[in-house]
Ligand binder design. Structure first.
Ligand code: SAM
Length: 273
């Protein structure tokens, strides 16, 4: 199950993060589903308020999920085989967070991961998490259910980030890159490179070359069901080479989960090449 390559990540991290990761995808925790249903009811309840607090979406050629923001927290656990919490914890481990870290989450959706990151940071120490998404409705939901002093959300396109150079210690992205085509993938990685300080970490979890028949089935079904050619690019395995093209050292492929979601880690070099 572990498909580790390269040697930039300490072995202990790769081992502790991936060994024993549950593969029993049939066992969907009911808790995640219930949480999703509760959120839908909360959303319905505050419908009137929501119409008065619109957040404008940002133009992009990427596949945004404005229309699906409402059900995102319900469908998301299904895509991750009911293992969302374990998956987020693994990403957190790879981020190796410090209290004072400023962390940017690209394509944050309703901000589940962003919030988990923020909960490990300290405002006093200068730490905060910033989630961006091009879909205004995602940002509105994220702000309302997960926003706070150390957990901020802004509408923005990953390929054109509204942040200063070297203003983040870490950039993370979960299940975003299969929503944008090749040129935008490159621009988004170039933007991540620009806003990271030298030595800053990049952690990416996304669809990649499937490693099991089930992973292959899920990936190809998603590609044709959603009519999303950007998924084909991910399945072909383009992500590592695009990260390198954007200026990052070759990423460590930490592992592949569920047979189709790969986790990558790399760092912006301390010295310019
Ligand atoms: C599958 S969701 C992932 C959400 C979240 N990261 C997670 O792991 O649950 C992909 C998100 O990317 C957003 N998106 C698509 N194109 C984008 C772009 N060009 N810039 C920023 N966000 C974009 C969509 O609106 C959607 O919320």
């Amino acid at each position: 199950m572990i498909a580790a390559r390269g040697n930039a990540l300490p072995k202990s991290v790769a081992e502790s993060t991936c060994q024993g990761f549950p593969q029993d995808w049939l066992c969907l925790p009911i808790r995640d589903m219930v949480e999703g249903i509760v959120r839908i009811f909360l959303e319905l309840h505050s419908f009137r308020e929501s119409t008065t607090m619109k957040v404008p979406s940002v133009p992009t050629r990427g596949r945004t999920l404005d229309h699906a923001a409402f059900v995102h927290d319900l469908t998301d656990p299904l895509l991750l085989m009911g293992k969302r919490a374990d998956y987020d914890r693994l990403i957190l481990q790879l981020l190796e967070l410090r209290d004072s870290d400023r962390v940017l989450d690209l394509g944050c959706g309703t901000g589940m991961l962003t919030r988990m990151i923020a909960d490990r940071l300290s405002v006093k120490a200068g730490g905060y998490a910033m989630g961006i998404d091009a879909a205004g409705r995602m940002i509105r939901l994220a702000r309302r259910s997960r926003g706070g002093e150390r957990c901020r959300f802004e509408p923005a396109a990953a390929e054109e980030l509204p942040f200063r150079d070297e203003s983040f210690d870490a950039v993370v992205s979960s299940l975003f890159f299969h929503h944008v085509q090749l040129d935008l993938k490159l621009k988004a990685f170039q933007e991540a490179f620009r806003v990271l300080r030298p030595g800053g970490r990049l952690v990416v979890a996304d669809m990649h070359v499937p490693t099991t028949w089930m992973g292959s089935l899920v990936s190809h079904t998603a590609r044709w069901f959603f009519l999303q050619p950007a998924i084909s690019e991910n399945i072909r395995g383009v992500l590592p080479e695009i990260m390198v093209e954007a200026g990052f050292p070759p990423p460590v492929h930490v592992c592949t989960l569920f047979g189709y979601v790969a986790l990558f880690k790399t760092e912006k070099p301390l010295m310019a090449a």
